[in-house]
Design a binder for this molecule. Structure first.
Ligand code: ADP
Ligand code: MG
Length: 324
């Protein structure tokens, strides 16, 4: 079991970023409205994720670090659960196998909470814990017992910026949830809870950039688009401000989308500049396949050309309107 967990860890956690992502996804799955991530030494020494989600009872907590223990698979037929971020039940077991792991949690409606600690997935201890509703997971000394894996890690600066970029994307995608990131006890970013995407974009990408954005929405029987984009006078195009969110999940920008945007912008801005855009798409979950890639960064669309056309037409006409 221990070996299996270590092997699985190799697939699930390659670097601190993967652990951060899994922990944050669990907080999102627990319907948290506020999530704080703290890291030290780029997550190599410490990753702590605190949320105000629905928490776990003692049994859930004990099960949580067992391989293939997931509380999310029982109602698999329920579409909303297919939408839930994790359902494989191997993240915590894998992370715990290669770290000194602690989880503190109090379930909604219960008067007391529980704390679990484990060293390299072993010596599991559970004791009462007095804290607020929600869950705090702590990953210390990641890869302390897998030195080979440690050697593959890049510099702290690189590993840290991977975490920052990823969490920024997550915060942009989940704009109604408040996020905070601290590194060595210093705030990297902190967001207000909001129901306005522009406020979140401003918190994460800066006020200057947010102010240059224009907005256009489009509706189609099977897809809803909310697009924030820069017009021809975008002076902030040295960095690639390009984001694509599908049903609140940040995904890699597929080639067809790059082409689509390029074609829409072709006559509007000089081609040595990157247009900035954030495309929020809401699509019927039955029209996409999110499980083609384990990192869930790639999505397959049932009607790719339909989405291409809709984004192209929407952007193109908005650019024409806004530039006159
Ligand atoms: P999965 O997310 O695929 O179910 P994980 O290994 O990530 O598997 O988590 C195992 C289980 O631990 C989850 O199914 C959930 O029941 C519980 N859990 C983990 N993190 C949290 C959290 N932040 N809040 C509530 N429950 C959690
Ligand atoms: Mg999970």
């Amino acid at each position: 079991q221990e070996t299996i967990n270590k092997i699985a860890a190799g697939e699930v956690v390659e670097r601190p970023l993967n652990a951060v992502k899994e922990l944050v996804e669990n907080s999102l799955d627990a319907c948290a409205s506020s999530i704080t991530v703290e890291i030290s030494q780029a997550g190599k020494k410490l990753i702590r994720v605190s949320d105000n989600g629905f928490g776990m009872n003692k049994k859930d907590l004990e099960l949580s670090i067992l391989r293939h223990a997931t509380s999310k698979i029982e109602d698999f037929n329920d579409l909303s659960h297919i939408q839930s971020l994790g359902f494989r039940g191997e993240a915590l077991s894998s992370i715990a196998a290669v770290s000194n792991f602690e989880a503190m949690t109090r379930k909604k409606g219960e008067s007391s909470g529980w704390k679990l600690s484990a060293a390299g997935g072993k010596k599991i201890k559970v004791s009462p814990w007095a804290g607020a509703q929600g869950t705090i997971t702590e990953v210390k000394d990641l890869f302390f017992n897998t030195p080979a894996r440690q050697k593959f890690l890049k510099s702290d600066a690189t590993e840290r910026s991977r975490i920052i970029n990823s969490l920024e994307e997550t915060a942009l995608a989940n704009y109604e949830i408040s996020f905070k990131l601290l590194s060595e006890n210093k705030t990297v970013f902190s967001t207000q809870q909001t129901n306005k995407k522009t406020e979140r974009i401003s918190d994460i990408l800066g006020k200057d950039f947010a102010q240059t954005l224009k907005n256009v929405k489009a509706e189609h029987p099977k897809i809803f688009l909310d697009i924030y984009f820069t017009g021809r006078d975008n002076s902030l195009s040295n960095r690639k401000y390009q984001y694509f969110f599908v049903n609140s999940r940040p995904v890699n920008i597929p080639k067809w989308l790059s082409h689509c945007v390029f074609n829409a912008y072709k006559e509007s801005i000089p081609h040595d500049k990157y247009p900035g855009f954030l495309i929020y798409a809401v699509i019927d979950p039955s029209d996409i396949d999110v499980n083609i890639h384990p990192t869930k960064r790639e999505i397959k669309f049932a009607d790719e050309s339909g989405i291409y056309d809709l984004i192209y037409k929407t952007l193109k006409s908005a650019l024409t309107t806004h530039s006159h």
